[in-house]
Write a protein that binds this ligand. Sequence first.
Ligand code: PA5
Length: 444
Amino acid sequence: MAVSLSVDYIKDFIRPHEWAAMQPLVTAAHRQLHDGTGAGSDFLGWLTWPADYDREEVARIKAAAARIRDTADVLVVIGIGGSYLGARAVIEFLRSPLYNSLRAGGPEIYFAGNSLSADALSEVLALCEGKRVCLNVISKSGTTTEPAIAFRVLRAYLEKTVGREEAARRIFVTTDRSRGTLKQLADREGYETFVVPDNIGGRYSVLTPVGLLPIAAAGCDIDALLAGAAQAMQALQEPDLTKNDCYRYAAARNILLRKGRAVELMAAYEPRWAMMSEWWKQLYGESEGKDGKGLFPASVIFSTDLHSLGQFVQDGTNLLFETAVLLGPAQREITVAPDADNGDGLNFLAGKTLSEINRKAFQGTVLAHADGGTPTLVLSVDRVCEQELGYLIYFFEKACAVSGYMLGVNPFDQPGVEGYKKNMFALLGKPGYEDRRAALEQRL
Ligand code: PA5
């Protein structure tokens, strides 16, 4: 498969014996994962999902997506965290961050319920005006506040404009198989439902119906996405870290963290990767940031951010390492043309493609950052396509699980997320939170 990790630019930062010292930890993490003996082993469904996903449900997803593409001008995808980031990341990566303007067929796709912003939701409502609208509400628990509020608002809008019966045909619900208020509501109203598997947590769920319905509605080939993940599942089973790029990535992260690097900066040279970085940040931040441990995952798009954060990376506090993401050929190449009077002085670039120039920007950057004391791992993806992205998603998920086990945390829970929710519910007067409310209000 044409996804590979290069450690050439960290040679000066990690010595051979340091890699060797990681192998026992990698082997132990590999066993914990594959034997199901590690923490959070109830959430390992993603590990074999590419082989054992429900074919009948995927067929239903494709049928629903085809209906949405045929009958809707706008699809609003409602969800937050793991129930939002993956779908948006895949659509923007495979199609474009400008998907809504550039798409050839299919609905405009907007995302709602991923904040508590009145303006953001009002803007989505405004974009729905006068258009044929479908909703896909996604929530594993079925109770998360942000998507629940957005769904209440958008459902009311839909029912008001097309009536309750027609609205029921345009609403698709992705949630637990049997539990939760969203499932009850869906059953009562007769919405078509898709299942978030019990044993797959939100941030590992992009290849389940959580991601697949919106991705298919954007016209992407979900069979190829799943096939790429299946290929990764087969290819990334070797415990020897010298033969497994996924484990080498996990090991490098742990070595660099132990050497005082507190931040992993994902640096992509293509804007289409920006939302993939957001997905990756949630995956790694929520999986590893606990018990006072973990790397802080951050991201930049170069060369854009070489004109802002690049200064810090080159010259600022020495606390990070980079993971550069390099993508294969541009989908629409541009070549710099010669200019008779060379008024802008750019004729030295004449005949060069923008991708060639971008590659030189990468090479110049990686060497400059090494000189400044920042090591760079390089992840190369040969082609922007469903198959390679499916492979890459599985690669990141498995590396995250192994890296978390090497770190000694449970990579599948998120106890820290509850803190703000409890305070918010208390401050909003939710029944059952009276004592906390009194205590908090004294502190405000
Ligand atoms: O990764 C996670 O588990 C979280 O980010 C959840 O996906 C997020 O909180 C949304 O939860 P739910 O799908 O239950 O609405």
